[in-house]
Design a protein around this ligand. Sequence first.
Ligand SMILES: O=C(O)C[C@@H](Cc1ccccc1)[C@H](O)SCc1ccccc1
Ligand code: NI
Length: 183
Amino acid sequence: MIAMDQIIREGDPILRQKTEKVELPASEEDKETLSEMLQFVKNSQDDEMVKKYQLRPGVGLAAPQIGISKRMLAVHFTDFHDKSYSYGLFNPKILSHSVEKTYLQNGEGCLSVDRDVPGIVPRYARITVKATTLEGEEVKLRLKGYAAIVLQHEIDHLDGVMFYDHINQDNPFQPPENSTPAE
Ligand SMILES: O=C(O)C[C@@H](Cc1ccccc1)[C@H](O)SCc1ccccc1
Ligand code: NI
């Protein structure tokens, strides 16, 4: 079971590396790792598990955050319209995105960042992502709003990008042009 002491924190160079594609069909080892990542995210939303193992709640986890520089991530969340997402994804790739941007009005956090970094994080409002699921299925996900934000946050991790890299340093709370807050 993945615990918080296995989560890599900012400052570790692995969080700034571009990850390697996973060879498909995925090995049993890679499938086991991705399955454990998905289970960690689910556990982080279970009150008893959070209390028992001092977990920090999360909606996603990328492989570099547990020290593995591979293109795989797990997400488990319900968006603001009660649509649920639960995936382990190999080699996710953003095929296209909107010009329009969105953002969370309270900014973002990160399981690898043990400090508040205030500011608006501009994200594409709509994205199309292709990937291979933990079950080996090729999927094309058309995402908007909160779901688009979560996947962009996690895919950023696979490219060594942290959420605060996107914050406007001159005016952190200035909404980006052509943007609406996620709802
Ligand atoms: O560190 C991670 O990658 C997991 C992040 C993902 C994330 C943060 C902000 C916005 C979108 C995705 C954690 O989920 S941060 C904690 C958290 C928990 C519940 C809801 C939002 C953020
Ligand atoms: Ni993060």
